[in-house]
Design a binder for this molecule. Sequence first.
Ligand code: SF4
Length: 447
Amino acid sequence: MNKPSKVGFVSLGCPKALVDSERILTQLRSEGYEIAADYDGADVVVVNTCGFIDSAKEESLSAIREAMEENGRVIVTGCLGPEEEKIREVAPGVLAVTGPHQYEAVVNEVHKAAPQPHDPFTHLVPPQGLRLTPRHYAYLKISEGCNHRCKFCIIPSFRGDLVSRPVRAVLREAEKLVEAGVQEILVISQDTSAYGVDKKHAAEKWKDKDVRAHMTDLCAALGEMDVWVRLHYVYPYPHVDDVIPLMAEGKILPYLDIPFQHASPKVLKAMKRPANEQKVLERIHKWRDICPEIVIRSTFIVGFPGETEEDFQYLLDWLKEARLDRVGCFKYEPVEGAAANELPDQVPEEVKQDRWNRFMEVAQAISAEKLQERVGLEMAVLIDDVDEDGAVGRTYADAPEIDGKVYLPSATDLIPGTMVMAYITEATDYDLIGEVVFDDEDEDDDW
Ligand code: SF4
């Protein structure tokens, strides 16, 4: 039998792009391709790119350049795909360029570049597919595309309108992940609250129950799977209120990732943000009454065209009152093709920088205060990494990659994926330090 061809893979961008990479890899592996660990061993290299903002495009172009220099046989896919001329400017010799979600097109290009006879006896793929995240957590993509047209965003122009996956397919995938040992499911999409709108929330049978293609039903069904379920990219539509009781009951994690982007009604209107008319502060207070341990993470943009000092001050006051737990902030950056580029009153760079500094100062102080409140508590920690210095994990309050960590300095004998109870001894601005109380192998584990 021929030696199997090897494919190198570089995956850039957001969790949604990561899920695309996993799909492509799963398909290739099931056809008998091997995955090369480095450029040298690869017969062809696939680069899955990000094209969201200019700095991400730059990073993608330099990854393509590097793959060309190191290997020379490169297929480009992903969000930068629609800008083929740019790619060919830096790397004229790339074998092919395909766009986002064109799984079949990428796989076809790999077939041309490195043919591989299928041998089902030697090339088995686990039923849950191949994943790029550690074995104990996985991203679950519930839809593609978005029905909104935020002025700073070009995602709908290449990902199209919302297309939700059938609810049974989503739940089946989640079940397979859990069967394969996943302990934490991270629900992702462009707009999680809008899940099922395109399907008119049609119901399907799942375990003898009718489950609608709707965020609330999906959360309730995922909540039966007995693993951590974490919601990302949630817009504060009214029905988000209905998932808070599921959090209070411990069915899904009391964690909401809501990309607010701003608080000033005037700026939100200029951005054309969805669900900005809701009385968000009031609702956050109500959510905390129902589920006091709820953690809210968000991202914001400062320096959007037309943002005045008054608007910015409104945002700062809002943040002080909302006391969000985890906050990221970006200085507004024009993205090629975005409608916001045409808006008047662009904010000068030094003003953006000043606002960013002031915003982060407030956000950091809130984070530090909130983390101090955790000192002296015992918290469940999911272990992500272990080395000779100890273990690093996360509580329910932290998503992988984007939030804080819990350091357990003396815990060198743990295994990634283990859930332990930890006593929190110290807090820094963004992270916690603790010691293991007992792990989930212990008999008296009752949490
Ligand atoms: S909600 Fe707005 S920012 Fe998010 S993908 Fe849709 S258009 Fe872009």
